[in-house]
Structures are given as C-alpha cells and as structure tokens.
Design a protein around this ligand. Sequence first.
Ligand SMILES: *Cc1c(COP(=O)(O)O)cnc(C)c1O
Length: 416
Amino acid sequence: MDHFHYQDGVLCAESVPLARIAESVGTPFYCYSSATLSHHLAVFRQAFASIDHLICYSVKANSNLAVLNLLVEAGAGVDIVSGGELARAARVNCPPERIVFSGVGKSSAEIRAALYRGLLMFNVESRAELERINRIAGEMGKIAPVSLRINPDVDPKTHPYISTGLRKNKFGIPHAMALDVYQVANTMPHIEIVGLDCHIGSQLTQLDPFVDAVRRVRGLVELLIENGINIRYLDLGGGLGIPYREEEETPSPALYAEALLSELEGLNITLVLEPGRAIAGNAGVLVARVEYVKQGEEKQFIITDAGMNDLMRPALYEAYHTVIPVQLNDSAETSIADVVGPICESGDYFARDRMLPNMAEGDLLAVRSAGAYGFVMSSNYNSRPRPAEVMVRGDDFSVIRERETIESLMAGEQIF
Ligand SMILES: *Cc1c(COP(=O)(O)O)cnc(C)c1O
C-alpha cells in the first residue's frame, strides 16, 4: 500500500499534487511519502509482534537523513554497510544497540569507528575479518559483539546481481565451515559471539527460498547452542520483494512473518530483520518532465529530463518500473512508447515498449517504486547535477536534499 493517488485527475503524494512540487523545486525530483514509510514499518513490526524482534532498516536502500530520522524515531534500528552509513545513523541519534554492521569488506577505519560508537553486532563475513576485528578491539580495549554471516547456499530465484546466498557468491561463510569458524571465534579474547546472520538476496517474490534458508540456519543455531556457543540474535537479513507492476502479487510482510515464525517455534532468540526495499521502495517516485516526444519508425520516444544517472535500476538490472502521467487526460490517445533519458547510452531508459497515453513537451510523468535503490545509486554521469529529494507529510512538503548545482559538480576539482 502507498499514498500516491490521483485526486481529480492529478497525481498526488498524500494530499500534495506532484505538479505543485515540480513548480516549486523544478524537475527531476524524488518524492517520498512519510505516511507510506511509517505504514510499511508499522506493518512489518505488527507482523512480527508475537516474538522478540528488532527491525533494522537497511540504510543502503535509501539513506536520506529525513528517511532515517523518521524510521529511527518510529523505533527502527539500522543495518549499515559503511562508515558513511554509520555516520548517518549517528546523525539521527540511532541508539548503538539498534545498529548492525553488515558488508563483506569492512575497512579497519570503519571497524574502529563502529567500536568507538558502539553497536549491537558486526555481521562478520570471513575468518580474516574476524581476526581483524579481534585485533582492533584489542587495541581499543573493547570486546566486539559479533554474528557470523552464514551462506546457506539457497537459490533466491531473483536477478543474479542481487542474489547473495548461493555457494558461488562472495557473501558469508560457507554453511559447512560455520561450526569451525564459530569455534575459532569463541577462543578470541576480544570477540563476543552474540548471533548468527544470513541474507540471501533482494527482491524475492516467493517465500520458499526464505523458508529453505531458515531451515538450514535453524539447524546450525541448535548445533551451536549444543556446543556451548551463545546465539542470542538470529538475523535473517532483508530481501522481501515489492510489486513493481500493478498486477504483480508479492508476499505481504504478514505472510512472510508467518512463514518465518513457523520455522522458528521453540527457538529462544531475538529475531533481527533487515528490510530495505520493502520499507522504502513503494514510498517514493521519481518525477520528470517531458523534454521532447520523438516519433521513431516503430514507436515513440518520450525523452525526459531525468536519466539513468538519476535512477539506474533499469540500466543495471533491466528492472521494470511503472510509468504514469502526473496529469490524467481521459481523452488522450495511447501509443507504444519508450520513456528514455537524455544520456548517451542505449541503457538510458525507464520503460520500453509501454502502452502509454500520448504525452507532450512539458508534461510531467512519475516513475513509480523509486524509493529504494533510486537516489542512493544516482551519479553525476554526463555532468548532471543530482536531483532534489522531497518528503511529503499530509498536505505539506519539504526539500530533504537540495538539487545539486553546476558549482557542486566541480567542487574539489583542480586544474593541474
Ligand atoms: C541489501 C541488504 C539488505 C536489504 O535488502 P532489501 O532487499 O532491500 O530488503 C539487508 N541486508 C543486507 C546484508 C544487505 O546487503
């Protein structure tokens, strides 16, 4: 469910017409609905209410401070993957006991910063990382709380670039080596084992890979406990998919919770979850203005002022995004069109061969489901300033990140 709807033929975010925002901040811009973000978090928490749990929102999905602040104020923790995300979590006063630190390549500086500020746990992905954390914690006179990320070797049946739980992926410690590495960790003086973690991939639209993964790690948790290793937290990562098409059905957080909880009965742990996309994805749209409509030999090209540098999911994953006009026109004819950006790459598109109402120069359109892995993946490719980000609350809106300027594009550069 989201809060982007037509009112009298005009697309609104909650009660604010997107055209009004466009007039005020220009285009392109990302627009997030605070009510949708809050609702998605509430639904997730409700779904897991029957057991001890912590929802650690995956910051990499959308790391804007206003988004983080809203979620952390509502009680969420955060899952971070870099020192930069750690600093963002600190900026919104996320309590240390609600921070988990994931990622396969944590640098010494990042480990030090996290130990200095404090955190719930590092999700450790290799023996080498474990040794490094132990050494740094020792130098700092600290004990590092640690989970090991276990690769359960299950196929998440999603895009190969966002599959992470297969034997061939770089992520986690192989299931077969888990007990050994835990036993090594248990002897390290500056490591305290607190949990077990797994994350098998993103945009999962079926529940069975999650169920397969929990079954595989539950056995391991029991084995570890039998061996005297203290597993208090079971972190099952993120990955729940969202509908990118109107007609698409994805499992609700309630069904997801039901499937996981039935596999966890009788296990005395606190469950940690790291949803990113499921919280932020459908809470945002990218609004762009039509620059030109070009009639090709076979179809129309709707050329917008947003490009793949602003939203790269189609170029990167051939991802599907629903594109809709901001102003409905019931009498408009429809045509087959590609919605494309101005960038010199054939991968620079938002929609291909889509039946859309005819649009004209100056019209606004919205690319839906752009709240996760949208702005955070944007770049300055083609020397394009990145777009503004706006948040709506009820009938009010606020710019939560200013549009970059031509000046900011060249900041830090020097002629040699
Ligand atoms: C990316 C990521 C997530 C979030 O994934 P979503 O599909 O956005 O829910 C959670 N945990 C880890 C370790 C990740 O890398």
